[in-house]
Write a protein that binds this ligand. Structure first.
Ligand code: 4AD
Ligand code: MG
Length: 461
């Protein structure tokens, strides 16, 4: 079967004018006006192709036009350029083979379903324009990230998924065990030495602690993989399983880190403008009329760099607007973050130097004794897109902080030892990949940028 992809036809249909070609795909619509019929054929690329079928040319005309939406076809026919029509070309069929019928219960019979309904059919929803566009952009954004870091000499690392370390220290891990829980319940105690690894383990919340030591072998690295958090946050921005991309850079301080973050976000946006223009335009029309304008604005302007302490002063002035209280030391709520990015600056904001108490143990302690060199990248519509920091490179300070937090320091020796073997100022951040895809597509719910979303209380298949 030597077929041409519809995407390629759109690039060079004039070369094919009058030529016979073969297409394969699925019907988005099938219409019959007695002696002439039309199939909107889609082969997985964003744009479809109109197939014209004529009763007098095709002996199986009846079989063709009675097919349901979702049926698959092989079409051989002549490409005709149609300068005055909505689509620039169509294919007049000489031969149509029905490859696979589609049952009458095919869930996408008509257009215009709600996203909530589409969420209930994750195996099918990407066959419609909306999710096709979203997952295409997701794929391209992943590639853009790899290209950005590979071009800059970063080494891609695959850190483990099963781990004994709680990187963020928030205790929000999914435990992994082969112990028989019914038996454990009957016996009333757990003996982890009998568990698969002979110790208590869980799914990773971040690859960072495993990555950092290896960064010291290469200088610049990144991870990009699945991440798991048993957060009881039923929001539009939290998933229990999501993808995180974590670059880590030696000999780099907080300013250097922000430079890379800003350059990366702009690079990804540029890449999507270049490689997914049809998808972006569609999303701009259907999902979010301000999408293209907003993304252009982001890629063409500098991000704001603001101290947490300054931000609190600004928020305190308008504290009556917020549901949650504002004071120095508070972990900002999304309403606070959104106020800064959407109302005050109307663009991405790096918020820096957070109170030590609300950030993870590994962040570098500032000289003021109460803040750490952390940076969150906040963006309009989403809130926190990236979280990162300069790392505490001083052994004594790191261990003292871990002790303060009651951590089992000896279990993290592999990590603290780095500070004994050629320590240096180094920094890294984590990009929530789904949040990046939401930002690029205007999609408001994280459940609609993951193929099979896993959120608290909900898992299909
Ligand atoms: O800010 P977080 O917790 O940072 C870390 O895990 C660091 N170890 C990263 C690093 O410095 N290498 O998470 C990083 C990003 C967040 O900014 C957010 O975008 C995303 O991961 N994220 C989530 N995305 C979807 N669902 C969740 N439950 C998420 N939790 C965090
Ligand atoms: Mg964070």
């Amino acid at each position: 079967m030597k077929r041409i992809e519809i995407r390629d036809l759109y690039k060079r249909y004039k070369d094919y004018d009058g030529k016979t070609i073969t297409l394969c795909g699925w019907a988005r619509t099938v219409r019959d006006s007695k002696n002439i019929g039309f199939i909107e054929l889609n082969d997985g690329n964003f744009k479809s192709c109109q197939i014209v079928v004529e009763r007098e040319k095709l002996s199986n005309y009846e079989e063709i036009v009675k097919q349901n939406v979702g049926a698959s076809f092989e079409v051989k026919g002549k490409l005709i350029v149609t300068p005055n029509a909505k689509q620039p070309f169509e294919v007049n069929a000489d031969e149509v083979v029905v490859l696979g019928e589609s049952a009458t219960d095919y869930p996408l019979q008509k257009k215009g379903h709600t996203v909530e309904f589409l969420r209930s059919i994750p195996t099918i929803r990407a066959r419609g324009n909306l999710f096709n566009a979203v997952f295409k952009i997701r794929s391209s954004a992943a590639f853009a990230i790899h290209r950005f870091f590979q071009d800059r000499n970063f080494v891609y690392l695959n850190t483990p998924i099963i781990t004994s370390s709680d990187c963020e220290g928030a205790g929000q891990m999914f435990q992994v065990t082969t112990l028989d829980l019914d038996r454990v319940a009957k016996e009333g105690k757990v003996d982890y030495s009998k568990d698969f690894f002979g110790r208590k383990v869980a799914m990773t919340v971040s690859g960072q602690l495993h990555e950092e030591p290896i960064t010291h072998a290469f200088g610049k690295t990144y991870t990009f993989g699945p991440t798991f958090r048993a957060e009881n946050s039923n929001t539009t921005r939290h998933a229990a399983e999501f993808w995180m991309m974590e670059p880590e850079i030696c000999f780099c301080d907080l300013d250097g880190l922000m430079d890379i973050e800003e350059e990366m976000v702009k690079y990804i946006i540029n890449y999507i403008f270049e490689h997914c223009p049809d998808e972006l335009l569609f999303l701009n029309n259907i999902v979010d009329k301000g999408l293209i304008e907003r993304l252009k604005n982001v890629k063409d302007n500098d991000f704001v760099r603001l101290d947490y302490t300054e931000a609190i002063k600004m928020l305190e002035k308008v504290k009556d607007r917020f549901e949650f209280p504002v004071y120095w030391g508070v972990d900002l709520q999304s309403e606070h973050e959104r106020y800064l990015t959407e109302q005050v600056y109307k663009k991405p904001v790096f918020l820096m130097n957070y109170p030590t108490e609300i950030k993870a143990f590994y962040m570098r302690q500032n000289d003021d004794g109460k803040t750490v060199a952390a940076v969150d990248l906040l963006v309009p519509g989403i809130g926190e897109l990236c979280g990162g920091s300069q790392r505490e490179e001083r052994y004594d300070k790191l261990v003292a902080r871990m002790n303060e937090l009651g951590m089992k320091v000896e279990e993290y020796k592999y990590y603290t030892d780095l500070r004994r073997y050629g320590t240096n100022i180094h920094s890294g951040f984590g990009l929530g990949f789904e949040r990046m895809v939401m930002y690029l597509t205007g999609i408001a719910n994280i459940r609609d940028v993951e193929l099979y979303p896993r959120t608290v209380g909900s898992l299909m298949y």
